[in-house]
Design a binder for this molecule. Sequence first.
Ligand code: DC
Length: 211
Amino acid sequence: MSFPAIAIDGPAASGKSTVAGRIAARLNYTFINTGAMYRAVAWRLLQTGVDPACVGGVEEALPALSLSFEKKGTVSAVVCEGRVLDEELRAPSVNAVVSMVAAVPAVRAFLVGKQREYNLREPVVMEGRDIGTAVFPDSRFKYFVTASEEVRAARRAAEGVVDSIAERDRQDASRAVSPLAKAPDALLVDTSDMTIDEVVDFIIRDIRSKL
Ligand code: DC
């Protein structure tokens, strides 16, 4: 038996986390924010003094990195070294290096394995950059959620977060392995002039029409 995997991809601050979380709650599927996994790896490397720019050092650190998940309601949180991670994942120090860490092929292989494993057990709404292109290329439920750069910058500023989203998007879209990209068969959802409820309703309608 295979479970549905809803793939929600898009650039930074496009609103995809909020949307993915609400869709998961409505469908009673598990919401998995894969950006949090890449952030957890970056956070742990910084914490243990591994230089994120040194690919060899990052690769060497991976096997010892204990990463698991804890579910609260329909939301899956990342647990690292016994600690449920949340606020620390959005620290400016993590923002500054996470794209570099996410470009390391061994890091991607390590995390994509965990992401696919999750869907062997249950239906998921998974949010990231490469879910429709690389993690679940055979999914029938793919959405590329975006918004204009101005709208996205304003959303981040409203959250009071220091984050150079344009630079992160540039790095994420230009890396060699699984770059940020819309899968050819993904539905493009431009949220610039839509409310969250409108986006959620639109995607849920499409999912239900295919279930
Ligand atoms: O969604 P986010 O901004 O929290 O993601 C943090 C970083 O992780 C982002 O700059 C790119 C990377 N990422 C990725 O490469 N692949 C994913 N599936 C999710 C995130």
